[in-house]
Write a protein that binds this ligand. Structure first.
Ligand code: COA
Length: 263
């Protein structure tokens, strides 16, 4: 996919640093199928680009990514839903297994799939407005993009349980002591700090940086592939359940009703 063909994100490069910006701001950058494909394509291309030494990912507006597009979920068949989750596994791998370090510049809501994307990043810088959460339980679902597996690895099991089981939406500052968020900075310094780190890393020998990334990823991982497959199976069942269908539809209908009133 050429850069020009992207509709839901942009990729800008400056020297050896690439910035990927998610751009569905009016939907808090909720990830529809198109965005999912574009994230995969952009990160897979950057992974192979020898001119790039580090990647920053951020969102336009007040969202980083408020999760998968629930309105699209409401219109999917079970088979479409499974295909979206399977494509998600590839998308998150394109970030987690990217040959280049990925720094999240967290500008706002990172919920569901958005937090799952953050969990795949190597370094996380947030501003004071950023919030994280895995609220799928509110839809009667569970995360499907590695959220149950990577949150345990990065937060510890009990903190992960609390987040997953309550669906709480929590300020980024509360994740600093867990190590998930490296730093919280003022909104106007968010990009400059993320870029400063990206440039420092991109100036180091690429093979050594790639080696470090593979080593720390290995150290943090249990049997991830098995956990991811279990997660997708359980989510697939819940999506098809009465409560899952009802809540997903309710979210979409509420939005449609608001749109109706606005017209
Ligand atoms: N999927 C689809 N649309 C979403 C979305 C999502 N995950 N998250 C936000 N949006 C849309 C809203 O429907 C709304 O669009 P509309 O104006 O066309 O109706 C727009 O983004 C702005 O969101 P809104 O809810 O009006 O903003 P808010 O500040 O009141 O609330 C949130 C922000 C993040 C708390 C709320 O949008 C929310 O709970 N989103 C869902 C988060 C979630 O459950 N993610 C996991 C998905 S599996």
């Amino acid at each position: 996919m050429t850069k020009e063909a992207y509709q839901t994100l942009s990729v800008e490069t400056s020297g050896r640093v690439a910035v990927v910006t998610l751009r569905r701001a009016d939907q808090l950058n909720a990830m529809n199928k198109r965005m999912q494909g574009e994230i995969t394509a952009a990160f897979e291309a950057l992974s192979q680009d020898e001119g790039i030494g580090a990647i920053v990912v951020t969102g336009e507006g007040r969202g980083f990514m408020a999760g998968a597009d629930i309105k699209e979920y409401a219109a999917q068949t079970g088979a479409d839903f499974d295909a979206f989750q399977a494509a998600g596994t590839r998308m998150y791998a394109a970030i987690e297994d990217n040959r280049k370090p990925v720094i999240a510049a967290l500008n706002g809501y990172a919920l569901g799939g958005g937090m799952e994307l953050v969990l795949c990043c190597d370094i996380v810088i947030a501003n004071q407005f950023a919030k994280l959460g895995l609220p799928e339980i509110k839809l009667g679902l569970v995360p499907g993009g590695g959220g149950t597996q990577r949150s345990v690895a990065k937060l510890g099991r009990n903190r992960a349980n609390m987040l997953l089981m309550t669906g709480a939406i929590v300020p980024a500052s509360e994740f600093v002591d867990t190590g998930l968020v490296n730093e919280v900075v003022d909104a106007e310094k968010l990009m400059s700090r993320a870029l400063e780190l990206a440039e420092m890393i991109a100036a180091e020998p690429p093979a050594a940086i790639e080696g470090l990334k593979r080593l720390t990823a290995h150290a943090a991982r249990g049997d991830l592939a098995k956990g991811l497959a279990m997660e997708r199976d359980i989510l697939g069942e819940l999506y098809r359940s009465e409560i899952g269908q009802k809540r997903v539809r309710e979210f979409a209908e509420k939005s449609a009703a608001r749109a109706g009133k606005a017209n």
